[in-house]
Design a protein around this ligand. Structure first.
Ligand code: NAD
Length: 257
């Protein structure tokens, strides 16, 4: 079955990996619903530009993924949901005793609970359509840990668990659920971590990238948003119809160490 004409909702898709996945979907002829918590002209213009470049229907729907009712409303407002990509995410880095409680709550809400709420609203829509793909953007930190990222690592391990349960509950239907686990990808989320790390280790930008960030990524290269888009597209293909409840690492060998 071709993905052409299918509708994909990608949460947190006005930048970074979400935007990269949405772009690869649009290139393949899928209609796309872009999302973030903002409602700026540039968000809607981004959708218009993607639609005209690829000749597909692209809409921007504002919804705050930290709020359960807005997560569920996003699926309803989209009108269709053949493919759901749970991608919205934030990061905060601090040792556990100093980790701000509100940051913990926000990371768990946006990086983990949002995927539960959107999935709960999307599965009945997929069942009605007789086909569906749930793709959760976890992380290498969904499979392994790093110090100072307690909330992020806990949320991403939770996303991997949620993915397995979603797969089991849909196993006898033409619906699959999988998690993509990227290593480091140079997006605004990662870019924002560079200045603090430079200060912390008294290092240059180049040293931080090579010797801190990519220290655990054996390829010594960032993964790209296009590669993640290609992986998501594969999970939508017929070839992946029996791939469910699993994780696909796109991490330059990080989790092989
Ligand atoms: P990014 O900051 O570029 O993108 C995050 C997206 O989430 C943005 O579109 C942002 O607007 C959106 N977002 C944030 N809070 C939101 C909210 N409350 N409601 C709706 N949208 C919200 O970051 P990214 O690197 O592209 O990250 C995307 C996903 O990939 C995240 O889940 C992240 O954990 C995961 N990831 C990233 C990397 C990496 O190296 N960049 C590695 C592994 C996993």
């Amino acid at each position: 079955m071709s993905v052409k004409g299918k509708t994909a909702i990608v949460t947190g898709s006005n930048s970074g990996i979400g935007l990269g996945i949405a772009t690869e979907f649009a290139k393949a002829g899928m209609n796309v619903v872009l999302n973030s918590f903002t409602d700026r002209d540039e968000d809607h213009k981004l959708a218009e530009k993607m639609a005209s470049e690829h000749g597909v229907d692209v809409r921007y729907v504002q919804a705050d993924m930290s709020k359960a009712d807005e997560c569920r409303a996003l699926i309803e407002k989209a009108g269709a949901c053949d493919v759901l990509v749970n991608n919205a995410g934030i990061q905060h880095v601090a040792p556990i005793p100093e980790f701000p409680q509100e940051k913990w709550d926000a990371i768990i809400a946006i990086n983990l609970s949002s995927a539960f709420h959107t999935t709960a609203a999307a599965l009945p829509v997929m069942r009605k359509a007789g086909w569906g793909r749930v793709i959760n953007i976890a992380s290498a930190h969904g499979l392994t840990a790093s110090p100072y990222k307690s909330a992020y690592v806990a949320a991403k391990h939770g996303v991997v668990g949620l993915t397995k349960v979603t797969a089991l509950e849909t196993a006898e239907e033409p619906i699959t659920a999988n998690a993509i686990c990227p290593g480091y990808v140079l997006t605004p989320l990662v870019e924002a971590q560079i200045p603090d790390t430079m200060k912390e280790y008294d290092m240059s930008r180049e040293d931080v990238i090579k010797n801190v960030m990519l220290k655990r990524q054996p390829s010594k290269e960032f993964a790209t948003v296009e590669q993640l888009g290609g992986t998501a597209l594969y999970l939508c293909s017929d070839a992946a119809a029996q791939v469910t409840g699993t994780t696909i690492s796109v991490d330059g060998g990080w989790t092989a160490l």
